[in-house]
Write a protein that binds this ligand. Sequence first.
Ligand SMILES: Cc1ncc(COP(=O)(O)O)c(C=O)c1O
Length: 397
Amino acid sequence: MARDRSPASTSRRSFLSLSAAASAAMALRIVTEPMLARAARHKPLPQDGVMIDSNENPLGPCSSAREAIAAITPQGGRYLDGLTDDLVKQIGQMEDVKPDYIAVQAGSTELLHHTVCAFTSPQRSYVTADPGFEGGTFAAKAIGARVVKVPLTKSHAHDVKAMLAAATDAGLFYVCLPNNPTGTLTSQSDIEYLVENKPKGSIVLVDEAYIHFSDATSVVDLVKAGKDLILLRTFSKLYGMAGLRCGFALGRPDLLEKMYAYGGGNFMPITAMVAASASLKHAGLVPERKKINADIREEVFQWLDRNGYSYVRSQTNFFMLDTKRPAKEVIDAMAAQKVFIGRVWPAWPTYARITVGTRPEMEQFQAAFKKVMTGATASLGPVSPGKRRLGELAIRS
Ligand SMILES: Cc1ncc(COP(=O)(O)O)c(C=O)c1O
């Protein structure tokens, strides 16, 4: 069989061989959630495996988005840049912000990466939660900034006071709302406190990639109030468009201008533009998908409670599950059952992140997890019952 020698495949392979610390040679290469998830994956993957490791949405794009893609495809030979203008206008109307407050790109990872590059430096540090999403950490390391990781509070919120105290030289405070990987919220008042008390010249970057699944209130009002804050959203999660690629940033034009210095502005795929636009117009889509995810997630939580496993009560399409041993062992044992669960954060070595898939996928997850945890598989022994706590909210300070 022919080996895949495509540039994308080569770059994925070479990423896998890099250590967690981005080397200088990595320079401004972007690190995404799927890259991190796949770096932890087993190869080769079985066709019939359950993939619940990358926070993908198994529902994919909604019906209106699919219809819009089909309708625009014959025009795929054209640079229809008016479509991006239309989407910007639509987002502006929805969020009540002017078009120059909006930057649309192929997913929000690039916007995150470029913002971190613009506001951190060897003199201005990058401050993030631990455990937190690492996309910005790689960007900060690539630019030579100090990375300051601050543990979450006991309720798994960002500890904004500790973040402020940890870095008086901060250039950027990254807040993920809800947080990846814990799926937990940070209050609006805490984010406001961070904005009001941060060092001069720094910004707060709020990543709302998963906000649609949660009950959190967006910080868009802080953008409208002209604060030093950039907000990120993506169509990859609730809207199921991870493979189609569309995300956007909202922020004051002078802040976005600094971000543009590091990239962006390329022509956007017309399929992504029409799919995003149709998704935003699709009546009732957000509450409908939020409910589908919440119902399945709640069923899994109830099953975990009944079986005495502990986890963090997330508000998103993923959650952290305590395996009570080095989580990598359980990830490997689950993979042997063809159920691919997500990765481990060094700060929480016994936890694995699980994405909420479809109901049948989560049933397969449950069956495999029980087998693994009760020692019914060859690879692992059972966890001692004394180590299992009944369905509590895992507390780490
Ligand atoms: C916290 C967070 N932010 C941003 C992204 C970026 O997603 P995308 O580049 O697909 O828009 C992800 C992807 O998983 C994520 O987990």
